[in-house]
Design a binder for this molecule. Structure first.
Ligand code: NDP
Length: 335
C-alpha cells in the first residue's frame, strides 16, 4: 500500500498551530545512517506526502543532525510558512574532559545553558527562529521557575515560537504550566513522550487530566518501538538495522524481547486482514488516539518512509473490533 490518502492535520494541543498527523524525525538516522543527499531526498518525500513538521534535537549526532537538516532546508528552499522545525535541549554538546568536566553546559535546564543552546541550534539549522523548542528531559537540580522564565525569554526574543517538554512527569508539566500561568508567561504547549503499542501508560493515564486542564498537545516518539513493531526482529537482529548499531546497543535486548516479537507475529495476521503491513497498523494505532497531535516517524531509507506514510490509509480501518483484537494481542505487554 502506498500513500495516496491525503495528510491530515491536527492542532498542537490548544495552540493554533497545525501539524501534520505524521511528521519526520532525525534521531539515530541523520548523519549516522543517512547522508546529506539522503536527508534531502527523504525530507522532500515527506513534504510531498503532506508532512509539515520535522523533529530534531541539539544532541542528535552531537549537532550534526541539525546541521544536515539545515543544509537540506537551505537547498529545498521551502516557504518558511509551510514547515515547522523543532529542537530540544538538556544534554548539551560537549561534556568536557574527564578530568575537567563541563559544569554548566550539560544535563541541565539552567538559564545560562538554555540561552546559549538555542543560539547554537539556530546557527546549525541556519534558521532565524525554531518553531518548537523542548526541554528534552526534566532537570531536578534547576528550579522549574528558572527554566520556565528562560523558555519564556527565548520566545520573547523571537528565537522560538512555542515551547514544551519531553518525558516530564505529569506533576512536572503541571508545575511548569502553573508557574507560567501565575506570571503570565508563555506556557508549555506540548510534550514529546514515547508512545506505541508496547508503551502506553504515560499518554493514556498519567497525562489524562492535563489534556483538558492545560490544553497539552503531544508529538509522540518511537511509534514503531525503534523497529520492533515492523516484525524485523522476529528472527534476530538483521544487518543494517538499528538493532545492529553499537551506538544504540542499549536498545538491543528490548528489540529481541521474545513475547513482544511473538505478539508482533500475531499482529501481522490483523495487518493482513486490513491489507496493510504491521508497521502501518502500529502507526495508524498511534495516530488513532485523538490526544496525539503528530506521530513522529523515523526512517533510515526512503522506502520505509513511503511505507510508513501509507498508514494514513489504515486509520479508517481501525474499527472497534480491530482495536479489540490489537488490545487482546498486546495485553500485559505494554508499560
Ligand atoms: P520508530 O520507532 O518508528 O523507529 C524508526 C526506525 O525503525 C527506523 O529508523 C528504521 O530503523 C526502522 N523502520 C522504520 N520504518 C520501517 C519499516 N517500514 N520497515 C522496516 N524498518 C523500519 O521511530 P524513532 O525511534 O526513530 O523515533 C521517531 C522520532 O521521534 C525520532 O527521529 C526523533 O525525532 C523522535 N524521538 C524523540 C525522543 C525524545 O526523547 N524526545 C526519543 C526518540 C525519538 P533501521 O532501518 O535502522 O532498522
Amino acid at each position: 500500500m502506498t500513500h495516496s490518502t491525503p495528510m491530515a492535520y491536527r492542532r498542537l494541543g490548544r495552540s493554533g498551530l497545525q501539524v501534520s498527523l505524521f511528521s519526520f524525525g532525525s534521531w539515530v538516522t541523520f548523519h549516522n545512517q543517512v547522508d546529506t543527499g539522503g536527508v534531502r531526498e527523504m525530507m522532500a518525500a515527506a513534504r510531498d506526502g503532506g508532512v509539515n513538521f520535522f523533529d530534531n534535537a541539539e544532541v542528535y549526532a552531537n549537532g550534526e543532525s541539525e546541521r544536515l537538516m539545515g543544509q537540506a532546508l537551505a537547498q529545498l528552499k521551502w516557504d518558511r510558512l509551510d514547515y515547522v522545525v523543532s529542537s530540544k535541549f538538556f544534554w548539551g554538546l560537549d561534556r568536557g574532559a574527564p578530568d575537567r568536566p563541563r559544569i554548566n553546559g550539560c544535563d541541565t535546564l539552567n538559564r545560562k545553558y538554555l540561552m546559549q543552546a538555542v543560539d547554537g541550534s539556530l546557527q546549525r539549522l541556519g534558521l532565524d527562529f525554531i518553531d518548537l523548542v523542548f526541554c528534552h528531559r526534566a532537570d531536578p537540580h534547576t528550579p522549574v521557575e528558572e527554566t520556565v522564565w528562560a523558555m519564556h525569554d527565548i520566545i520573547e526574543k523571537g528565537k522560538a515560537l512555542y515551547w514544551g517538554t519531553s518525558e516530564w512527569s505529569a506533576d512536572e508539566i503541571r508545575s511548569a504550566w502553573d508557574i507560567a500561568d501565575r506570571h503570565h508567561l508563555h506556557k508549555p504547549v506540548m510534550e514529546q513522550p514515547q508512545y506505541h503499542l508496547f508503551h502506553r501508560r504515560r499518554v493514556e493515564r498519567e497525562y489524562a487530566r492535563l489534556y483538558e486542564d492545560t490544553g497539552l498537545g503531544l508529538t509522540t516518539w518511537s511509534p514503531l518501538a525503534s523497529g520492533l513493531l515492523t516484525g524485523k526482529y522476529r528472527k534476530g537482529v538483521p544487518a543494517n538495522s538499528r538493532g545492529a548499531l553499537e551506538s544504540v546497543s542499549f536498545l538491543r535486548d528490548g528489540l529481541l524481547d521474545a513475547r513482544k516479537n511473538a505478539a508482533v507475529g500475531e499482529l501481522e495476521g490483523v495487518a493482513r486482514d486490513l491489507d496493510c503491513t504491521v508497521a502501518q497498523l502500529a502507526l495508524a494505532w498511534v495516530a488513532h488516539n485523538p490526544r496525539v497531535s503528530t506521530v513522529i516517524l523515523g526512517a533510515s531509507r526512503l522506502a520505509q518512509l513511503k511505507e510508513n506514510l501509507g498508514a494514513l490509509a489504515v486509520l479508517p480501518k481501525l474499527t472497534a473490533d480491530v482495536l479489540q483484537r490489537i488490545d487482546a494481542i498486546t495485553a500485559g505487554l505494554a508499560d
